[in-house]
Design a protein around this ligand. Structure first.
Ligand code: GDP
Length: 441
């Protein structure tokens, strides 16, 4: 498959030491030869020195280094030429326009990577990894992206597909040998296999959650009745040495959103202004907006005044919260202290117990890097789909439903897993994916 030459700046357009214009596709080398008067055909994976000329006037535009990477040994698997010029904005733009004039067209965002996928150099999952790596803003998320880029998603999906095929094969075999009692075989063989397979999908989704937490932070809501010290606690968290505060407008009283990065976890504080605005009455925790926040939150910091017993309203609210995601924080420990609870003094910025509890709670996330992890909605959605198909297969097995219906469920699960690395001709997803890339990648 030969595709027209595309060009983009691989570096940003600003005054800098060097700029790199990258051309990929059929004719990329011709274009570079036209503009530099160099013979580049035999310079594969070598750097040549020369000048860019304006073909109309033959005027020298800039002194450049030209790197030729003939396909398939290039990022796109096509012939790729990089022109390294001086970094001035004018010079860079001029070279880009000369390349366009010589027959290349401006690449769309992500089009280089799209070509790498089209030519089979990387799969779609790896392409997502490229994007994630570019967007990574911490060492953890960069590591995660790099593991995906290296093809770890295929490492994850291939054994799953194999295993599922084996399960499906059991059914096919039984259908082919009708002298066996199919229902009997189904129940004794398929059920444990499917249950075991289901557990693997659940684990993968759990790990994906950790990965997501690493990238996006844990959606956190700080709630509690008035004057228990929510603002003070927020303040103390923001002052934490290891906290990196971003995107927090105004004073703490107005804080609506922000990200706090701790050792082992990033907290993404959600807009809880609604709770404070509602006349500061805890009964108002019932209002829709607050309900939504509580529902969306993966972590709820429920602040109470440790110098007083919980009142009826607090007990009532607490009973509606998911204990799995709720930390009850007894504030004002400077006024009253009991050893068996999570206590802080927001006023004195003494919140080490909370920080410790948070780091401990998310410690397991640290192990995620070594394993392949799903890292975006598309892939997580597919594994969820597979899980729900397996669930209905398990249900069908338990309810003695006809074997070919079970087979349908298993096949649906298999197709969802295939979609992880090979979303067939699903161009809309692929287009969407590549459009998220930055230009020149
Ligand atoms: P919010 O309404 O829940 O946001 O509570 P604030 O953070 O505004 O605090 C209410 C009052 O409690 C203020 O007067 C704070 O100074 C005080 N306060 C907050 N944290 C502590 C603490 O740890 N110890 C003591 N003694 N007072 C605190």
């Amino acid at each position: 498959m030969k595709l027209d030459p595309i060009v983009a700046l691989a570096t940003s357009l600003q005054t800098q030491a060097i700029s790199i214009c990258r051309i990929s596709g059929d004719g990329a080398i011709d274009i570079a030869e036209t503009l530099t008067h160099l013979h580049l055909e035999n310079q594969d994976h070598r750097i040549s020195y020369g000048f860019i000329h304006d073909p109309l006037t033959d005027e020298e535009v800039d002194e450049v280094l030209v790197l030729v990477m003939k396909g398939p040994k290039s990022y796109t698997r096509e012939d790729v030429v990089e022109i390294h010029s001086h970094g001035g904005i004018y010079v860079t733009q001029r070279i880009l326009s000369l390349i366009l004039g010589a027959g290349a067209r401006l690449a769309r965002p992500g089009e280089f990577t799209q070509r790498a996928v089209l030519h089979g150099r990387i799969d779609l999952a790896q392409a997502e990894g490229v994007n994630a790596l570019i967007e990574a803003d911490s060492i953890q998320s960069a590591k995660l992206a790099l593991s995906q880029l290296k093809g770890s998603l295929s490492l994850l999906s291939e054994p799953l597909k194999e295993e599922l095929l084996t399960i499906i094969a059991h059914i096919e075999v039984n259908i082919d040998y009708p002298e066996y009692d199919i229902e009997q075989v189904t129940r004794t063989q398929l059920l444990p296999l499917c249950t075991e397979f289901r557990a693997k999908l659940v684990l993968i989704l759990k790990e994906a959650q950790s990965g997501q937490r690493m990238r996006e932070g844990v959606k956190t809501a700080i709630i509690g009745k008035p004057n228990v010290g929510k603002s003070s606690l927020l303040n103390a968290l923001l002052n934490e040495d290891k906290a990196i505060v971003t995107d927090i407008p105004g004073t703490t009283r107005d804080v609506v959103e922000g990200t706090i990065r701790l050792d082992k976890v990033t907290l993404h504080l959600m807009d809880t202004a609604g709770i404070r605005e509602s006349e500061d009455r805890i009964e108002k925790l019932g209002i829709e907006k607050t309900k939504q926040i509580i529902q969306d939150a993966a972590l709820i910091l429920f602040v109470v005044d440790g110098s007083q017993a919980l009142d009826k309203d607090e007990e009532a609210v607490l009973s509606t919260l998911d204990p799995e995601k709720t930390l009850v924080i007894h504030n004002k420990k400077d006024l009253a202290s009991l050893s068996d609870r999570l206590e802080v003094s927001a006023l004195n910025k003494d919140i080490s117990a909370l920080i410790e509890a948070l780091n401990k709670r998310y410690e397991v996330d640290q192990f995620v890097f070594t394993k392949p992890v799903l890292n975006n909605e598309r892939t997580i959605g597919l594994v969820r789909q597979a899980l729900s198909s397996i669930d209905s297969a398990i249900q069908a097995i338990q309810e003695d439903i006809a074997v070919d219906l079970i087979n349908l469920d298993l096949t649906a699960a298999y197709e969802a897993l295939v979609g992880l690395t090979d979303p067939e001709n699903n161009t809309s997803i692929a287009d969407e994916l590549f459009a998220r890339f930055c230009l020149g990648k």
